[in-house]
Write a protein that binds this ligand. Structure first.
Ligand code: NDP
Length: 401
């Protein structure tokens, strides 16, 4: 029987909810490309309830314990004496969400001799040292597509909030003001602007589709071209370099995975390609950007605004400069963990566990690493190597909280 360590974010500071804002959520059974939503044999949770925090347990306890397994749930994941570290010695499976990632570095993997699987309850397994997982023959899987559309909605929301200067205007209202000129001195329409996505995968393409009705000019940069029919339908301009995309666009959004090839793709040098006053929205991964180069670009006016929900490390230390830089619209990492998304990735995690324990194949579209190499979706989306460097900084958040 296996020990499963499940790392989840903390419950709300005012307690686990006793009731919810809505009574139900739409039941999504298929994604836009035809992939089916997760199909576990059963679920032991109510869709629409908070599952991603410690008390929610991704709805997994009944299933795991009734099959004789041991489930340890904790939010204590950073620093050498964390509960996660204490539990690793006999853990067979570690599960975490990118919003509150259990950084599975080579050192941590070495502390877990029985570890056989690392599951990302969500999308994006860059918090695991994939090279170390490959070297140890550990399976890495994620719940592909579970929250791609959720993130795309967040991207569009943040683009509009930056361009229209929503957050400062909202703040004037709560301060009791009616300062129209202060609000509109940085407010524009998105209509007619040029908007580009770095990567047109599940999220990037969804963003392009959602933006089409705003009558903007759409651009994308991707290693592979979208089908001609899609390019025509959305009137897309394809770019083969970041330089070309950045020079053409007023708004740029990053939607590619973080791996050694994409780390710090936005830096002082590449920012030179951007038009003055570009808005940058990054809900993909914080480390795609050089942290301090973003601050400098906002201070100089090269960027008119920066928003997103991804930081490095996570949780971001209190003194992380993105908390206080000018003209930002950052949220904590929440775009892919709406209550709607949680229901899908909790079910997807259970589906992966059911396959694992019954010796059946995990869906190819969920696999990142298997049998010592990149596999399934991972072979397409990731490069071998490690992107967890510096993750020990996440312990700084813990020290003051
Ligand atoms: P997909 O795998 O569908 O899309 C990724 C795309 O990135 C693919 O089209 C791939 O291109 C492209 N790509 C990879 N490397 C490069 C590169 N160097 N330059 C340009 N394009 C590149 O994944 P999703 O769209 O579902 O998710 C994308 C990322 O978003 C995830 O990896 C994750 O990091 C992040 N994410 C964030 C969430 C949040 O809550 N904020 C939630 C979910 C995901 P190709 O296929 O042509 O090789």
């Amino acid at each position: 029987m296996a020990k499963i360590v499940l790392v989840l974010y903390d419950d709300p500071v005012d307690g686990y909810p006793k009731s919810y804002a809505r009574d139900d959520i739409p039941n999504i059974t298929k994604y836009p490309d035809g992939q089916t939503a997760p199909t576990p044999s059963a679920i032991d949770f109510t869709p629409g309830e908070l599952l991603g925090s410690v008390s929610g347990e991704l709805g997994l306890r009944k299933y795991l314990e009734s099959n004789g397994h041991t489930l340890v749930v904790t939010s204590d994941k950073d620093g050498a004496n964390s509960k996660l570290d204490q539990e690793l010695h006999d853990a067979e499976i570690v599960i975490s969400q990118p919003f509150w990632p259990a950084y599975m570095t080579a050192e941590r993997i070495a502390k877990a001799p029985k570890l056989k699987a690392i599951i990302t309850a969500g999308i994006g397994s860059d918090h695991t040292d994939l090279q170390a997982a490959m070297d140890r023959g550990i399976t890495v899987a994620e719940v592909t597509y579970c929250n791609s559309n959720s993130v795309a909605e967040h991207v569009v929301m943040q683009m509009l909030s930056l361009v229209r200067n929503y957050i400062p205007s909202y703040n004037w209202v709560t301060k009791g003001g009616w300062n129209i000129a202060d609000c509109v001195a940085r407010s524009y329409d998105i209509e007619g602007m040029h908007v580009g996505t770095v990567a047109a995968g599940r999220i990037g393409l969804r963003v392009l589709r959602l933006l089409k009705p705003f009558d903007v000019n759409l651009h994308y940069l991707d290693r592979h071209r979208l089908p001609e029919s899609v390019e025509k339908e959305l009137n897309l301009t394809h770019h083969t370099s970041l330089e070309s995309l950045a020079k053409a666009c007023d708004i740029v959004t990053l939607n590619c995975p973080l791996h050694p090839e994409t780390e710090h793709m936005i830096n002082d040098e590449t920012l030179k390609f951007f038009k003055r006053g570009t808005y940058l929205v990054n809900t993909a991964r914080g480390k795609l950007c050089d942290r301090d180069a973003i601050v400098r670009a906002l201070e100089s006016g090269k960027l008119a605004g920066y928003a997103g929900d991804v930081w490095f490390p996570q949780p971001a230390p209190q003194d992380h400069p993105w908390r206080t830089m000018p003209h930002h619209g950052m949220t904590p990492h929440i775009s892919g963990t709406s209550l709607s998304a949680q229901a899908r990735y909790a079910a997807g995690t259970r589906e992966i566990l059911e396959a694992y324990f019954s010796g059946k194949p995990i869906r190819d579209e969920y696999l990142v690493v298997q049998g010592g190499k990149l596999a399934g979706v991972g072979a397409h989306s990731y490069s071998a190597g490690n992107a967890t460097g510096g993750s020990e900084e996440a312990a700084k958040f813990k020290k003051v909280n």
